[in-house]
Design a protein around this ligand. Structure first.
Ligand SMILES: NC(=O)c1ccc[n+]([C@@H]2O[C@H](COP(=O)([O-])OP(=O)(O)OC[C@H]3O[C@@H](n4cnc5c(N)ncnc54)[C@H](OP(=O)(O)O)[C@@H]3O)[C@@H](O)[C@H]2O)c1
Length: 411
């Protein structure tokens, strides 16, 4: 009987408590036998399960059927996940960094030991995107997956657009409200979105990529002027993670990106996430939902448990696409904005490559490959240049044409 499968959680924080809520409302609380935590002196809500602290004997617990790994550290989580998969356990995790950095190895351990490894909670909170990609899209070639995968940075960007405050003020506000971590680097630097993109790419395209192989640019250097420029041209800036396939070339990136209201992601605000999938037969599909939080993430972790109860596992039907190349030799358009002290000649880019769109020579559109961007990244950082991708060539041409007619508003 599936309901007899016993459960042990590692961690009893934000997500684990959300998961526990769904066990309680579905009369399955008695399945949760043990909860492993770190700090024994912390005051917690009363639950029926035995609460223990981590020690070496708690891993590889043969008496429990399902291990639900919901701790904060990806390094410590590795042993919990890998060692339990090695003994054929059914393991659930929401730890995107752990999964993105070790995906190939974890899939192999899962297969070799006939274990089950599910991780819907790791990607885009309440949106069941891994199940959609693994099941529905197993039999459909995908051209592109892109989206807003990080609620904290999206919340900050929404505040910048609606409140007219600076990036630092918005960050402090997000931290006070619990939308951003005390150390926000992973969220605002685009790393969290990158980890999710890596996991999505394995299911959407069958290619396992390492996080260090992909360029991610965060939202930290976006200025009030960038926001004013976007607003005056009826555009928004969103942190967009994207994987696109052209012929056999797969290109991945995470960039702050200028989008117009033709893009479904335009209206994804605050802590919400959005995912757009484009394929030839289905066209474009759009998913939107809360990207984090106790109950939204707890619910998908609970749905992983229900999937395990029916012996569901990811098929990874597209995995091992030997023909696909990871390519960063693909041109895109970028908006570069200089601060007061910087001049155009310090950019070290051929002038023929730059299209000036303001009268003061501080704002440019440039077409660069990701490889060229990587080469220039150090210099751009040093000069405090804000780099914002432009969604597509249609929008780039619109901005260029408007500036030629002097319609692009500049600030
Ligand atoms: N928060 C979200 O909205 C969200 C959304 C999607 C995915 N996730 C992912 O879900 C996971 C959990 O996140 P969270 O927000 O729930 O974290 P959290 O609120 O910080 O809770 C972490 C829990 O892990 C416990 N813990 C830490 N190290 C441990 C160890 N070595 N052994 C056993 N327990 C340990 C902590 O114990 P103490 O209680 O004793 O401190 C705490 O109960 C993370 O991988 C996160 O990236 C979170």
């Amino acid at each position: 009987m599936s309901k007899n499968k016993t459960i042990k959680t590692y961690g009893f924080g934000v997500v684990a408590q959300g998961f526990h809520n769904y066990l309680v409302v579905n009369n399955e609380e008695e399945r949760l036998r043990t909860v492993i935590i770190k700090n024994p002196t912390k005051v917690r809500k009363n639950i029926n399960a035995i609460i223990e602290t981590t020690n070496e004997n708690t891993i590889r617990d043969k008496d429990v059927d399902v291990i639900v790994e919901l701790i904060s550290s990806s390094e410590e989580a590795y042993g919990i996940v890998a060692e339990n998969l090695e003994i054929g356990k059914k393991v659930i995790s929401a730890n995107k960094k752990l999964i993105a950095e070790n995906l190939e190895e974890l899939i192999n351990i899962e297969k070799e030991n006939e274990a089950i490894f599910l991780y819907e909670g790791a990607v885009c909170g309440s949106i069941p995107i891994i199940r959609v990609l693994n099941d529905l899209y197993a039999n459909e070639e995908i051209n592109e997956v892109k989206g807003i995968f990080n609620g904290s940075s999206n919340y900050i960007l929404s505040q910048l657009f609606t409140k007219g405050i600076s990036y630092n003020e918005a960050l402090i506000q997000a931290q006070k409200l619990g939308f951003a971590e005390a150390d926000p680097t992973s969220d605002v630097g685009g790393f969290d979105a990158l980890y999710k993109l890596i996991i999505i790419t394995a299911h959407a395209f069958g290619k396992v990529v390492k996080p260090y192989e992909v360029l991610n640019i965060g939202i930290q250097s976006i200025t009030k002027n960038d926001i004013a420029f976007a607003k005056q041209n009826n555009l928004k800036i969103k942190l967009i993670a994207k994987a696109s396939l052209k012929n056999d070339d797969l290109t991945l990136s995470v960039f702050p990106t200028l989008i117009d209201d033709d893009n479904e992601l335009y209206n994804v605000e605050n802590e919400y996430n959005g995912v757009l999938i484009d394929s030839d037969n289905i066209g474009q599909q759009f998913y939107k939902g809360k990207g984090a939080g106790s109950l939204p993430t707890g619910l998908v972790v609970y749905s992983d448990l229900k999937a395990i109860d029916s012996n569901y596992r990811y098929s990874y039907k597209k995995l091992n696409q030997e023909n696909l190349n990871l390519s960063s030799d693909v041109k895109g358009s970028f908006l570069l904005s200089l601060d007061e002290s910087t001049t155009i000649d310090q950019l070290d880019l051929p002038l023929s490559n730059l299209f000036t769109i303001d009268s003061e020579g501080k704002r440019f559109i440039v077409k660069l490959t990701i490889d060229e961007l990587i080469l220039n990244k150090y210099n751009f950082n040093k000069l405090n240049i804000s780099i914002i991708a432009i969604d597509d060539y249609k929008l780039t041409n619109k901005l260029i044409e408007a500036s030629l007619k002097n319609e692009v508003l500049t600030v």
